[in-house]
Design a protein around this ligand. Structure first.
Ligand code: SF4
Length: 377
């Protein structure tokens, strides 16, 4: 009889291998999605070899969801998805472009959207998948600065050049520079599928700022001159998953933080201490303001007020062991009641005997906790 095979291989090994071979992973040029951190963008532009390779399961799940949703938007709505754009500063793939009727009329009929943008102008869409842990932040604050920059780089390239002139999108490239009406972020929760749309009118000034950001990185003599836009491993998830974390922060001395590498002299220590004190003052002021607001809300009914939803938890009646009932139970069950009062021992004996500990209302309630959430759209 042939032996059973060893453990079946993890499907994630295959998924990581496919991802590592993908065009996006092989791309050496600076992409719009690489403009999260100035230092990271500088490493990519300098052709620095990545020093760190991280687990990518969550990101891959996001990619799969992203691809499926965009394919549906293409087949069902006729939107242009995953189209490439390039200008003097950046290369990128726009998630979706919803053409308006006037622009679409310049394309062959089969390429026109079934659901056009209301117009005038096209809508540039960026789909972002997020975990449920970040969802409230998404609802409250919308896209991050880096996400806005990325979308403005795409939209700016479409406004100044149009679609890239490459096989597969020649007709689109012939449209030339497009009138952009708005940028639409479509956030999808990876855990439950919730969808949240955040749309903003296109602002050419912000597009210029995004281009300047890239230009600023290109002008740096070395990546080491670039700013670290995040606080480093252990403090910022972006750094925890960065492929240049060792190049950027080095290897810390045993037991030390990566950030300790930033402090060398007494002047550095004085500076860090000043930052610490300033941050402490901000924290104290924030706590004081929060306590005051909380006190004002005491007794307010749960509900939606403006941009926030107020809820309460706790405040429930509590119970405590009922000693008299325990004594009765001991007698009923033939257990020996201690001569001196000892609640803990009586409870332990009842539990050991598999008997429920009699309870009585304590007259107290659990602490009341406030719960504030952004209002869902
Ligand atoms: S480790 Fe953090 S600060 Fe350094 S390049 Fe990566 S993202 Fe930027």
């Amino acid at each position: 009889m042939s032996a059973l095979p060893l453990e079946p291989p993890s499907i994630w090994t295959a998924a990581h291998e496919v991802s590592d071979r993908s065009d996006r992973s092989q791309q050496k040029e600076l992409g719009a999605s690489d403009t999260v951190c100035q230092r990271r963008a500088a490493y990519i532009l300098a052709g620095t070899e990545p020093t760190d390779h991280h687990e990518k399961r969550a990101a891959l799940l996001g990619t799969y969801a992203h691809d499926g949703l965009l394919t549906s938007a293409r087949t069902e709505y006729g939107w242009q998805v995953e189209r490439s754009v390039r200008d003097e500063g950046i290369l990128g793939h726009v998630d979706a472009v919803q053409l308006d009727e006037a622009t679409a009329a310049r394309l062959p009929r089969p390429m026109r959207p079934k659901i056009p943008a209301p117009g005038p102008g096209v809508i540039v869409e960026d789909v972002k998948t997020k975990s449920v842990y970040l969802w409230d932040k998404v609802l409250r604050y919308g896209p991050t600065e880096a996400e806005l920059r990325q979308a403005y780089l795409y939209a700016g390239a479409l406004a100044s050049v149009g679609f890239e002139d490459v096989p597969g999108q020649r007709y689109l490239a012939r449209l030339g520079p497009l009138e952009i009406a708005s940028i639409r972020f479509r956030f999808i929760c990876r855990d439950n599928g919730d969808e949240h749309i955040h749309e903003i009118p296109y602002d050419p000034v912000r597009a210029t700022h995004a281009r300047w950001w890239v230009q600023g990185v290109r002008e740096l003599a070395t990546p080491e001159r670039a700013r670290r836009d995040f606080d480093g491993p252990g403090l910022d998830a972006v750094c925890d998953h960065c492929q240049y974390v060792t190049e950027c922060w080095g290897v810390p001395a045993p037991g030390r933080t990566h950030q300790s590498a930033l402090v060398h002299t007494d002047a550095d220590r004085a500076q860090a201490l000043e930052e610490y004190v300033a941050a402490h003052e901000l924290e104290a002021a924030g706590k004081k303001a929060k306590k005051f607001a909380r006190a004002k809300l005491d007794g307010a009914p749960a509900g939606i007020y403006g941009a926030n939803e107020l809820g309460w938890s706790g405040g429930n009646p509590t119970t405590e062991p009922d000693v008299e009932a325990m004594v009765d139970l001991y007698e009923t069950e033939g257990l020996t009641v201690p001569m001196t009062p000892d609640d803990k021992r009586m409870i332990a004996v009842l539990k050991k005997a598999g008997l429920a500990v009699p309870q009585r209302a304590s007259g107290k309630t659990t602490a009341v906790s406030i719960n504030v959430k952004p209002v869902r759209s």
